[in-house]
Design a protein around this ligand. Sequence first.
Ligand code: PA5
Length: 459
Amino acid sequence: MKIQVDYNNMMADYVGKEEGFTRQHIEALADQIQGAHKNMVEKRAAGGMDWRNLPFHQEEVVQQILKTAEELRNRCDAFVVLGIGGSALGPLAVQTALNHLHYNELPADKRGGPRFYVLDNVDPERVAALFDVIDPAQTVFNVISKSGSTAETMAQFMIVYQMLREKIGSGYVAQIIATTDAEKGNLINIARDEGYTTFIIPAGVGGRYSELSPVGLLPAAVCGIDIRELLAGAAYMDRLCEQADVFANPAYMLAVLQYLAMGRGKNISVMMPYADSLKYFADWYAQLWAESLGKRLSLSGEEVFAGQTPVKALGTTDQHSQVQLYTEGPFDKVVTFLGVGRYRTEVNIPRVFENVPGIAFLGGHTLGELITAEQLATEYALMKARRLSFTITLPEINAFTVGQLIQLLEIQTAFAGELLNINAFDQPGVEEGKNATYALLGRPGYEAKKQELASRPPK
Ligand code: PA5
């Protein structure tokens, strides 16, 4: 079951010469594409892209994860991820894609695993609200932080640690699992001192590329997702995307066309899944695309600003809010539709009100037919308005196709980074805010930053 990438609506034959691209546009980039491919191969060989190897070299880790997951599925009622950014969005996206849409509300025997929560913010109301619906004695907390020092995650962890000690005493150690770097940060040392079950995020795997490491695999396995299938799908896609030929490599083609579009001022990248279960994939992709490509660089002494602003939309819901803008607003967007070949469940629209022609035509169809028609109609409307779009279709949403989608979008992003000549794996722009937070809250070593903040213009 291979996912399909359709880029017709990026091409001049479909959206017209003014907006669309031709084979010649792509071929004119041959040298740049070849250079970017060479960089990808060399970086991978040098260990700089270890996330690409996650689908292949983790058998031992997978076995440990499955063993831990099995044990947790039997003993806890809730499983809570404490993490943010790349340490939260992947687990949320995969769980929502592959489990029942009301998973937490199902009775325990139908769920087959603990209720699942991702606490990816430090809004005090949200944290307190979570504590209202879980029983600490029946809950396992998975604190996930690659750096082991992110203020939000560490604060959550400290709160949970204290709460567990107060509520359940010395047994709390079994209620915390740490997922972090093998050496860096505070979390690994605490985990070792305390004796938590710990999973390691490999060194060459950055936050937003870590879903197929224990970051995503443990929560997925705990919720009953077939993680071997997830990895098999990713491996399948990875092999497809090893090809140097852009016309045979779907990730490269997506990246090249986005790159060409950026060159023409398409500064917004919309992801619009036509499946509620893929809604959080748009969130995950937003971080991947924004944090990887949004970079300031200096070209021959001149400052250049790279990247595209990601926008999340949901079909059909946002047809009734955003699509008007996409169709008639500024020519500054590329839309990526995520479609589904066959929905896992079907619902029939009954033949009622047959004497009301304006709605009777719906009777006898299914909701699957309706949502698919809505997607095709929106793609058509955009194409007719000369707007650029891709469609990525999952023949069915399952672990194998979701694994493919993750690897496809990660490779697309990394390749776009190479074409843009930026580092797609760092996030220096995030650091200023992190450092200012540390200074405001009195972290030692940030005194100068605190003074700098104090001297800012008054509000
Ligand atoms: O992609 C990234 O590296 C970031 O978005 C991180 O995932 C995010 O800042 C959380 O970092 P950490 O996992 O170190 O707590």
